[in-house]
Design a binder for this molecule. Sequence first.
Ligand code: DGJ
Length: 337
Amino acid sequence: MVSRNWVAATLMMVLLGVGGAIVRAQASGDGSIKPGAAWLDDRGQVIQAHGGGILYWHKTYYWFGEDRSQSNDPEKRYVACYSSKDLTHWKYHRQVVAMADPEPWGAHYVLERPKVFYNRKTKKFVMYVHLDDARYGEARVGVLVSDKVDGDYKYQRSFRPLDQESRDIGQFVDDDGSAYLIFESRPTHGFFIAKLSDDYLNVEKQVSFIKAPLEGGAVVHYGGLYYVLGSHLSGWSPNPNVYATAPSLAGPWTEMQNVAPPETKTYDSQSSMLLKVTGTKKTTVIYMGDRWEPKTLWDSRYLWMPLEIGDGKMTLPEPRPWKIDVKTGETTRGNVE
Ligand code: DGJ
């Protein structure tokens, strides 16, 4: 049954719509996720979690990402933390990182794509970030640690994982709980999937190297196959993101294929994470992407959509409002045409 509120809300979105099915209405009032819309938190402010990642901890989703608020001190870089029980309504916690250059690279230093892991042994929350100078010449990861999920993440150090240049990073936690960092390495024309050390404070060993110059790397394990997704290297501009599959994280990986019709440039977005929601009735994999606005980064939007996935195929459907029941894992799509 389609509720009246749902019809009214979708009609409203059509009226406000810009660019076909991609709506720019405020998000979540009717319980739907609206790809490309301004997504508001519990304070009514636009969510600042760009290039982000999700930690599922104590039955709660925590979304960490680059906080590019205009009110930020331009000499610092920020990571914000939000939480949600339903992946739709997000509560703002705080800026868990507000950090001036921890290395001697100056005020224009780069901190991007924060990803937080919870380490069961040490009970610490470990954040990886891409850390760089203004020209993206250092190509390192930074590690920050907190005792609390939304506490102050304290800077530990920066390094080059496996002694390789590392720019965009992604996170993956396998079904057995082992944690991996995905990182793009330009001189090798490819990207690595590497296992973290027991305490997660180090990148211990290479599990896979995929010879494809891709960034925005993400991995999911679904239906007995590993799927890896990434974008080509085109700065902030979108391009056709591609994926490959393998029976094991170590490969062998198939050829790369487009995840969406190439002319849509992944519906003007770039991959950030593949989030698996295992419900009582269905397992849904969500594509989390960014629509970057390089001149107004704070106004960059999110494009989240449930993927059509299985038997080695993964397709990002045309974005339109949708709902998820995180208990059952089921999703429904709105009927905005
Ligand atoms: C593409 C990356 O995916 C982004 O995180 C950012 O580093 C931009 N390049 C910068 O041009």
